[in-house]
Write a new protein. Structure first.
Lengths: 210, 135
């Protein structure tokens, strides 16, 4: 836990440094510094009934395998809780209405738009963000494939693309480029890096089958 | 987003009681419609009652047709739906992204106008819990 806390602090300080240098944004996309997520847990355990007043309340979110106490209001989206409360800014805010996929995270192993759910609704869930994919300095195969295939230009959509790519492979929907295009349709790339994104996901899927 | 209070419920009884007792309370389940509508100010509930944990998610086929729980997920993947109700399955698949499909419930987003035509085409009939009132 101490090690994890130290790593989280490093992530925050890097963010602060980048902000001061005017470079905030895309650097965290391809690599993360938190440990890999544990298998989804607790999905069927009922969260006790609880009423929360409109102001801030303390609750616990499980993110990338560890519990985080957070102060959030009922209206706080999971996306805002991750970015503003936990400093996990790898998850991006694009359209903020569920259309672009930049905010894609896994909830109990299923990909969702974190801008369309409230943080309070995810108590008891296991949340995985882009920061939770890498194993220390070892990139997740989908992250590695994105690097090898140059599957981004500006990089803003990349965390969401990578999270969705891991899910597409886990769902068994990466059998062909056509299938990947269909099942990645919830992730928009304004730079138009789609051919390389599809190639990266297909590559990672093939490697996974070997 | 406008502030509101929030309760998560684990029984249908609690859900119906809370929303019946408060004209400014509304249900939230998957969240894919409600979060956007509240964020944009099109709805302004003072209280949201989270019914996502209620046991209303079963999909099953019987002699009188297909019964889909209001909180059913992934109806489009259900073997009975894929085989016997392909229009419904394809409409649900085409109607939203995989991420949104993983969150939305059949009782929420699709009924709110996303793909009503496919419900009609499949001979859909919607039942509501007594006294549940509006969604």
């Amino acid at each position: 836990m101490v090690e994890q806390s130290r790593r989280a602090a490093e992530t925050l300080s890097r963010r602060a440094l980048l902000s001061r240098a005017g470079l905030a944004g895309t650097a965290a996309a391809a690599a993360g510094s938190l440990p890999a997520a544990e298998p989804a847990a607790g999905a069927d355990v009922a969260v006790p009934e609880r009423t929360l007043a409109p102001g801030p309340a303390q609750l616990t979110l499980r993110v990338n395998g560890r519990p985080y106490p957070v102060d959030v209001e009922p209206r706080t989206t999971l996306l805002d809780a991750l970015r503003e409360e936990l400093g996990l800014t790898g998850t991006k805010k694009g359209c903020n209405q569920g259309a672009c996929g930049a905010c894609t995270v896994l909830v109990d192993g299923r990909r969702v738009n974190s801008c369309l759910t409230l943080a309070v609704m995810q108590r008891g869930a296991e949340i995985t963000t882009i920061e939770g994919l890498a194993d220390g300095d070892g990139l997740h195969p989908v992250q590695q494939a994105f690097l090898e295939h140059d599957a981004f230009q500006c990089g803003y959509c990349t965390p969401g693309q990578i999270m969705s790519g891991t899910a597409v492979i886990a769902e068994g929907h990466a059998g062909s480029p056509e299938e990947v295009r269909e099942w990645m349709s919830g992730n928009i790339c304004r730079c138009g890096a789609y051919p390389n994104i599809v190639a990266a996901v297909c590559h990672a899927a093939r490697d996974g089958r070997r | 987003m406008r502030p509101f209070s929030y309760t998560n419920v684990n029984t249908v009884r609690s859900a119906v009681q809370l929303v019946s007792a408060d004209p400014d309370a509304m249900f939230i389940a998957g969240g894919t419609e409600m979060v956007n509508l509240v964020r944009e100010g099109q709805l302004a509930p003072d209280h949201l009652v989270d019914i996502g944990a209620l046991p209303l998610h079963l999909t099953r086929a019987g002699a009188r047709g297909l019964r889909i729980g209001a909180l059913a997920h992934e109806v489009q993947e259900h073997p009975v739906v894929r085989r016997g109700y392909p229009v419904l399955s394809q409409a649900l698949l085409a109607g939203a992204s995989p991420q949104v499909r993983n969150m939305f419930t059949v009782g929420g987003r699709p009924q709110r106008g996303l793909i009503p035509g496919s419900y009609v085409a499949s001979g859909d009939r919607t039942e509501r819990l007594p006294a549940a009132g509006r969604r």
